[in-house]
Design a protein. Structure first.
Length: 95
């Protein structure tokens, strides 16, 4: 059995909502992907949240559910509840 990945989501500030997530260490916008559609790839050397690891096939959904401490809406999640509720209510623009 392989090693269970470690959640690195605590290195990202999720408090301001989508398109405003930032790396805590640098204050830079959290934007781990480059490219478009079929050419999307991870930026080299960046911290990647668990959901993005799943999207990039670096973590399985099962590993995500076991490992991630920031699953929006999950019981005992560290993801900001206010941001989660605003997501549910559609309070963030999609543009």
């Amino acid at each position: 059995m392989g090693l269970i990945p470690r959640c690195k989501c605590n290195q990202i500030d999720w408090s301001k909502g989508p398109k405003e997530y930032r790396y805590i260490s640098t204050g830079e916008l959290y934007d781990p992907f480059i490219g478009y559609e079929e050419t999307v790839r991870l930026r080299p050397g960046v911290v990647v949240g668990c959901q993005e690891e799943v999207n990039a096939n670096l973590m399985s959904l099962q590993e995500y559910n076991i490992t991630c401490k920031y699953i929006p809406g999950a019981r005992d999640s560290n993801f900001p509840e206010e941001v989660y509720n605003n997501l549910l209510e559609g309070n963030y623009s999609s543009s």
